[in-house]
Design a protein around this ligand. Sequence first.
Ligand code: DC
Length: 219
Amino acid sequence: MKNITIAVDGPAGAGKSTIAKIIAEKLNVNYIDTGAMYRAFTYLIISKNINFDAKDKIQHELKNAKIEFKNNHIYLNDNIIDDEIRADIINKNVSKLAKLAYVREHLVFLQKAIADKGNVIMDGRDIGTKVIPNAKYKFFITASLEERGKRRYKQIIKKTPGIVLDELIKDIARRDSIDSTREASPLLKANDAIEIDTTYKTLDEVVSIIVDYIMKGES
Ligand code: DC
């Protein structure tokens, strides 16, 4: 399979990255987690104690930061920061930076350059609508809020004992709201995307639906 481009969008916790990673391996394409790029930049701004209103300073950091996603790792200035970007402080703040049009413009520019090389599966919120509007395959992955909360809970309970499911659900709902109502490319299903509600589906089922669809398209 050559030069295949796949866009995967959907709300927080729907399982996009787990699904996209497996598909990348099965189809031998590069996986790019664009959410990790927004998280990496948020990590940088928070670690430098920069206020989210300080546009000039944020723009300066944008210009100088080297943010890359390769081999399933997120790099900031050549350092892997996979764990740092999953911290609670990043969960709570990332949508505040991701809603700024000038931040998005820069990261979308980087993402388009990666997508232009082809052979990629990219997940995020605006991949099918903004980053790769001409992607051959587009999927929009959803699940009920409660189910997404439960999945996140299972993922992080070992590392974060004492976490409360209700709090997690509220946090996801708050992020959904910011991601969907922001002015700059809000979370939207592309008209030509295939929507898959994963609430009552296993991971294997969802992966099969997507892989079968792509294989048909390529045959
Ligand atoms: O998918 P995630 O939870 O790691 O995404 C982190 C944040 O970044 C989330 O608030 C949505 C935002 N995001 C975005 O606005 N556009 C993308 N293409 C990817 C993520």
